[in-house]
Design a protein around this ligand. Structure first.
Ligand SMILES: [Zn+2]
Length: 191
């Protein structure tokens, strides 16, 4: 009896380790993409992250990638779509839970072209650039924020609302200067 219980435990531990390795394998090759098709780092202002003052938000907790209305917004990472909907400030918005417990938030969309609980690949279409929410009077752009669900205490600094940097990451630290390929994934028949 005791033996079988301990060997069962051993099998469970082995399974967990295998799963852990598999998950690590998924996490390691992560290659983020700029979430607007055809955009480069010149399409956002690198000083716009944490810019103050920024209306109701006080500081700008993300970057704005400027592009014409209707330009495809693509997922910067693989992950699970955890939110699609319309918000007062964000307008049409999508949130994707990606690797490393990071949530990628896309807002001011013109159209939403994905569904909640869909597993998306890096580069997969989420929607299109627009000016919904409080962006109506500004040129069309994608507002993009990365939120870490795991607190990063060392990121806390003395800027205004600097403690929130524990959770809100600067996308510019993650994104490449330009996307190597236009679209990482194959054709999506339903996209
Ligand atoms: Zn913004």
């Amino acid at each position: 009896m005791n033996l079988s219980v301990s060997s069962l435990r051993r099998i469970k531990i082995l399974l967990l380790i295998t799963l852990g390795v598999l998950v690590m394998g998924l996490i390691l090759p992560e290659q983020p993409m700029i979430p607007v098709q055809g955009a480069t780092k010149n399409d956002w202002n690198r000083d716009s992250f944490w810019h103050y003052p920024w209306g109701k938000s006080v500081v700008h907790k993300g970057i704005d990638v400027f592009a014409p209305i209707g330009t495809p917004v693509i997922s910067s990472s693989y992950g699970l779509v955890i939110y699609t909907g319309t918000l007062e400030i964000g307008g049409n918005a999508v949130a994707v839970l990606g690797p490393g417990w990071r949530v990628h938030y896309y807002s001011h969309l013109h159209t939403i072209d994905t569904r909640r609980f869909r597993l998306v690949e890096t580069g997969e279409l989420l929607g299109t650039v627009g000016k919904s929410g409080n962006a109506a009077k500004r040129p069309p752009h994608l507002h993009y924020t990365i939120i870490s669900l795991l607190p990063r205490l060392w990121r806390w600094d003395s800027s205004r609302q600097g403690w929130k940097k524990i959770f809100i990451l600067n996308p510019a630290d993650y994104l490449p200067k330009k996307n190597k390929i236009k679209k990482a994934t194959g054709d999506k028949s339903n996209a």
